[in-house]
Design a protein around this ligand. Sequence first.
Ligand code: ING
Length: 310
Amino acid sequence: MSRFVNVAAAQLGPIARNETKKQVVDRLLAHLHQAKAMGVELVVFPELALTTFFPRWYVEDKAEFDAFYEREMPGPDTQILFDTAAKLGIGFYLGYAELAMEGGQLHRYNTSILVERNGQIVGKYRKVHLPGHAKDEPWRAFQHLEKYYFEPGDTFDVWQAYGGTIGMALCNDRRWSETYRIMGLKGVEMVLLGYNTPVHNPPAPEHDDLSMFHNHLVMQAGAYQNGTWVVGVAKAGNEEGIEMIGGSAIIAPSGEIVAACSTKGDELAIARCDLDLCNSYKTTTFNFEVHRRPEAYGLIANQRGVVRPW
Ligand code: ING
């Protein structure tokens, strides 16, 4: 038997610094309506989908950038997304900057939520792998200050939704095999992740021409090695002068790209995803219980960097 989920990768083109959240939410609503008209049940938006990618700039006082964060979810700017989703019977994954009061302290996270077709939040994830750097580095053509503007999360989780086991990740997480494997060990059948990926990586310009290859390589590998669908969705195009990759894609457990965006603007790529295709890999080549050897894997969980054995 097959458990189908009709999924849309809802790519966004650039979001200008002075674009209001209402203007952005209108773009997200347009995606929801178009996706619904095409039979979609789950819409996947990018990372930080409500604002421009503000970690590209340094400000001395982070409070200056508080307007880029959400204190509530849903909040005044986003409630209409949830109401529309419930009315249309369509759900979504949304990446956003979270400002959370915890124990009387203010915390900042790079966050995503999973919302079911009834408009209810079923899961929340806080980005574990924060790339870039924590201090202003003027030598760079542009900053990548995620380690300055966000605190890391520490958990990869999965949730029962859309008739299957759904996991979430964000951007740089997709480059780390541990991301998929932890969720794979929890039985994930579809990993949703948004990304904001500049073409140019100042510390390694020699990688720039490979940015799209690396983007798909890591998601296709993660899908195949864990017998899971992967949906990766870009905020793309020239955003405040910085060129960001597109390449949003829906990837089957085989590792094959079954749908992809071809522009760098607001675009839907849609696929009818059979969650039961995961079983062909989870019960054979990647039957973890039969084949994995955790006795040999200790370093992966217990050591951060390289230690040469001699
Ligand atoms: N962006 C980038 C990403 O991991 C990056 C950062 C770019 C890392 C290029 C390495 C190379 O796709 C975010 N937001 O994580």
